[in-house]
Design a protein around this ligand. Sequence first.
Ligand code: URA
Length: 183
Amino acid sequence: MWRNATQTVFGEGRSTARIVFVGEQPGDREDLAGKPFVGPAGQLLDRALEQAGVNREATYVTNAVKHFKFEPRGKRRIHKKPNEQEIAACHQWLDQELRTIEPELIVALGATAARAVFGKATAIGKNRGHIISKPSLDFDIDADVLVTVHPSYLLRVPDEDRETAFAQFVDDLKLARKYAPST
Ligand code: URA
């Protein structure tokens, strides 16, 4: 993956953050900018965080995988989902980020993030919408976990369902508010 990507995209945010958001992998825009969640999914995340009353600036935002995986199609680069091996290869980087920050809450955005955080396949539908208190993690830290959908999913849901899906995403993110009361 690193061979075709422009650069490694590590996380960004406060080293003292109490909340760490984990996404999947950088997208096209993130690969070019070298920063996580700055493209369309990031803008949607920003909007949802604002509505949920969570200040992104006070958090740390990162990804399970640190390079953009894509398939060239004409002039476009089409996102490809990272596989288990690629998630495992990046485990060490997420591990160092988490051990440095020692957050109180990890928010896993989507299935790839949930897999990375728990070290096993984790259904989003069944596990979203509540704080999971100090679960067993694939990392040597103690933190609560909130599982929710990936913002890119919301960009793909049919128009008629988008508003409801977005509101549900905001509701999930509101659960993170108590971990950052002063923001
Ligand atoms: N999607 C992700 O999972 N992470 C990013 O940084 C951007 C899009």
